[in-house]
Design a binder for this molecule. Structure first.
Ligand code: ASP
Ligand code: MG
Length: 418
């Protein structure tokens, strides 16, 4: 006999990424996992990404029709991918003998701002979700999308946005949050690049934020921000096994390794502005224009010599057109600054909360790269991260060398500054 649902029972939000629902067989597998959780007596909310590379295909389709697709219409288009996937999962759940109902983001009460293709969740009013849970149903919510009350339009949350859907739903429902994907957790480096990479059993929010911002692809940056803000623990784990994954949370007394992971990114472009007037307001003019285009800037570096300054910042590939537009706008205030775009660089970062109190990590990192004849173009740091920009072709070698030098594959010596 199956336990009756009851509001006092635990609620779980289970998120499945696109590669976990790529094929009909996998969709049935996801449905089985949801049904199994329901049969253990939990109140179950599933949220899924679009099947496989659907979102990429839709984006490409849009670009074949229109060189720069209208953002509102792009959101109408992209949001369909997740609707398809969650309706299919709901059908499969029925076949396994449980009741299910699927909702779009707006039906689920996911309210966002009105910034198309990168909307932020403002609040969730999960009235329909709660009443369906009270009826004992498994609820499927289309990931990656919401609804703006200001414009009454459908919005999407940015690439990987179903993670944000999952965390925000978990916060709104007081639920636990499980993020299932084709990787079994968060690793000390990308396991496709470093075979000795080790799965971390726990990571703090702060470390996970730095890792997500510097290229770890397991969790969407915005989702980690939401999780930290609302103190929602995330369990990132494999869709294909019951093995525990990685907990992202702030556990009291958690040990703080000096270096937890090496991350990398090969899809950023460095914008270098030269002949920027060296006077108050120049940087403000550039970054106000950049912010107006909703471009996410990462590393920023400026140095001045004589009357002019050189100002560099890195932007994700997707944001390159917006960043170009912003520089064009800034020229009206700054005069004819020269722009160079460097697209053949990559970044490699060391992240670790214990770095704060251990000098010598940077020295060891730079020495390791020097011994491998890898040239560093740019260095930037935060209290718990050191990032270098190096030739893109050297990224893989650098990641491997640093992973080995800091002993990250080895549980016992992990992260030793040496
Ligand atoms: N389908 C969207 C993407 O590919 C959202 C997601 O996967 O979470 O970015
Ligand atoms: Mg996807």
């Amino acid at each position: 006999m199956q336990p009756e649902p009851n509001a006092e029972l635990d609620t779980v939000v289970m998120k499945f990424g696109g590669s976990s629902v790529a094929e009909p067989k996998q969709i049935r597998h996801v449905a089985q996992r949801l049904v199994a959780a329901r049969e253990r007596g939990l109140r179950v909310v599933g949220t899924v990404s679009a099947m496989g590379s659907t979102t990429d295909s839709l984006l490409e389709l849009a670009r074949r029709v229109s060189p720069s697709p209208h953002p509102r219409e792009l959101d109408m288009l992209l949001s369909t991918g997740e609707r398809v996937a969650c309706a299919l999962v709901a059908m499969a759940v029925h076949d396994f003998g449980q009741e299910a109902v699927s909702f779009t983001g707006s039906q689920a009460g996911i309210l966002t701002d009105a910034v198309h293709t990168k909307a932020k969740i403002r609040e969730i009013t999960p009235v329909r979700v709660l009443s369906a849970l009270d009826d004992g149903k498994i609820v499927l919510v289309a990931g990656f999308q919401g609804f703006s009350r200001d414009t009454m339009d459908v919005t999407t949350l940015g690439r990987g946005g179903t993670d944000a859907t999952a965390v925000a739903l978990a916060a709104a429902l007081g639920a636990s949050c499980e993020i299932y994907s084709d990787v079994p957790g968060v690793f000390t480096a990308d396991p496709r690049m470093v075979p000795e990479a080790r799965k971390l059993s726990q990571v703090s929010y702060e470390e996970m934020l730095e890792m997500a911002a510097s290229g770890a692809r397991v969790l969407m940056l915005r989702a980690v921000e939401l999780a930290r803000g609302r103190q929602v623990p995330i369990h990132a784990r494999s869709s294909f096994s019951d093995e525990p994954g990685t907990w992202v949370q702030d556990a009291p007394g958690m040990e703080q390794p000096i270096v937890s992971a090496v991350t990398h990114s090969v899809d950023e472009v460095l914008f270098v502005l030269r002949d920027v007037p060296d006077r108050p307001g120049s940087a403000a003019a550039v970054f106000e224009a950049v912010a107006a285009e909703h471009v996410n800037v990462d590393t920023v570096l400026q140095n001045s010599a004589l009357e002019t300054a050189e100002l560099s910042f890195s932007v994700p590939l997707d944001d390159v057109p917006g960043a170009r537009l912003a520089v064009e706008r800034a020229r009206s205030t700054l005069g004819p600054v020269a722009l160079e775009e460097l697209a053949d660089l990559g970044t490699v970062s060391l992240v670790g909360a214990g770095m704060r109190s251990h000098p010598g990590v940077a020295a060891k990192m730079f020495r390791t790269l020097a011994d491998d004849e890898i040239n560093i173009s740019l260095i930037s740091t935060s209290p718990i991260k050191i990032t270098v920009m190096i030739p893109r072709a050297d990224v893989e070698r650098a990641v491997r060398a640093l992973h080995a030098a800091f002993g990250l594959g080895d549980e016992a010596t992990a992260g030793a500054a040496g």
